[in-house]
Design a protein around this ligand. Structure first.
Ligand code: NAD
Length: 396
């Protein structure tokens, strides 16, 4: 069994750390957030992910999973260091690699000979080389290896997807390093693809861009169905049974959001622009998504009789999708912000979303349930597909 460090205790880092510990490895997970580390050390998980608390607690109690403050502390004795830090969108649309760069620079001097740094954060083509350079320039010994191993988990199903991924992709030019990384996954039944770093990095972006395209496509179909009086729910049903199409993410709504699809599509478009390729299809996917959010606001304005000012509006759902507490780049929040700006009186219900003021949205009254949010409203906006909204007594 190996000694593994996971840098970044977030939506990817915690499941990754717990999964490797569950499979018997000795795992230390680091974050810069002291409160987060304190909670996790007690087995308390600060994010909503089904089954994650139980898995973390099991591994902490078994002594195979520890949480520490600071990457250096975790990386010192590690055979493998998984980078799971944020790669947000920068002003140009490109992925901002500053968290990756500082984490790599921080751990470089303490890495032991033969250690492997594994890029699990989503990073553009060239990042495996980039991390290798940062490590060497920051004092790592020359025998330290680097590999790309992108993560494909779905928030809300992170435990399932980490314990039983649909595939494992490893990008590395050094066969010995690639084999060592692949051995970490030997207890996991999943197709394993070992490839060059650039292709591994591209697989992640291609996958997210394709899923985003599927969402923008179904949203466009929904808009067209409305115009010609067809029912998009029936259309989706008829399409999804085709195994070449499938039902996954084929749901119309207020557009895709979250911490991945928007920034990853923007980063891929930036990569294409840099490479001199006009990726028209991807540009349209992004445009359609932006317009879909505005379309929701417009629909509500029309439903409210032409003006939003002073209109009581009930909102159901605030997170960027169901089964997560994550509100990063949530289409629901985009709509709510615009409603508030237009002077609507918004009363919102979400089963798990945190305080809206934490994410910079003010002037929204929160209610204890969906009925209360609808009480007295002229219009109700269903913005996140939480299961509980399916079973409401709509007559009430
Ligand atoms: N969230 C997803 O569903 C998902 C899925 C696949 C891939 N990814 C990718 O994984 C990466 C991480 O995403 P996330 O959603 O887990 O982010 P996150 O914001 O939930 O977690 C990142 C954590 O890293 C910590 N951190 C930052 N710098 C650090 C440092 N130097 N040392 C220690 N800790 C540090 C932060 O405090 C934070 O807790 C991103 O590149 C993302 O694109 C995310």
């Amino acid at each position: 069994m190996s000694s593994i460090a996971v840098i970044g205790a977030g939506y990817v880092g915690i499941p990754t750390a717990a999964c490797f510990a569950h499979y018997g490895h000795d795992v230390v997970c680091a974050d810069v957030d002291e409160d987060r580390v304190r909670l996790l050390s007690k087995g308390e998980v600060p994010i909503l992910e089904e089954g994650l608390s139980a898995l973390v607690l099991e591994c902490v109690e078994a002594g195979r999973l520890r949480f520490v403050v600071g990457a250096t502390e975790a990386a010192r004795d590690a055979d493998f260091v998984f980078l799971c830090v944020p790669t947000p969108q920068s002003e140009t649309g490109a992925a901002d690699l500053s968290f990756v760069e500082s984490a790599a620079a921080e751990i470089a001097p303490v890495l032991k000979a033969g250690a492997v740094v594994v890029n699990k954060s989503t990073m553009p083509v060239g990042s495996t080389d980039f991390v290798g350079r940062v490590l060497q320039e920051s004092g790592a010994v020359s025998t330290v290896g680097v590999a790309s191993n992108p993560e494909f988990l779905r928030q809300g199903q992170a435990v399932r997807d980490t314990l039983k991924p649909h595939r494992v992709v490893i990008g590395c030019d050094d066969t010995e390093v690639a084999v060592r990384v692949s051995q970490l996954y030997r207890d996991i039944q999943a197709p394993l693809l070992v490839t060059d770093p650039a292709s591994a990095e591209m697989i992640k972006y291609a996958s997210n861009a394709f899923l985003a395209a599927k969402i923008s496509f179904v949203n466009s179909m929904a808009n067209l169905c409305e115009a010609v009086d067809a029912d998009v729910r029936e259309v989706v049903l008829g399409m999804g049974y085709d195994p070449r199409i499938g039902f996954e993410v084929l749901h119309p709504g207020p557009g895709y959001g979250g911490s991945c699809f928007p920034k990853d599509t923007a980063a891929l478009l930036h990569t294409a622009d840099q490479a001199g390729y006009d990726f028209q299809l991807l540009r349209s996917v992004i445009d359609v998504n932006r317009l879909q959010r505005d379309r929701m606001v417009e629909k509500l304005r029309v439903a409210a009789g032409g003006a939003l000012s002073g209109v009581p509006i009930g909102v159901w759902g605030l997170t960027f999708k169901a089964n997560t507490d994550d509100m990063r780049d949530s289409p629901a929040l985009y709509v709510v912000r615009h409603l508030v700006e237009a002077g609507a009186q918004v009363r919102a219900y979400d089963p798990v979303a945190r305080d809206l003021e934490d994410v910079g949205v003010t002037g929204v009254e929160r209610t204890r349930d969906a009925y209360e949010a609808a009480d007295g409203a002229s219009v109700v906006a269903l913005l996140t597909e939480w299961d509980e909204f399916r079973w409401l007594a709509f007559g009430r």
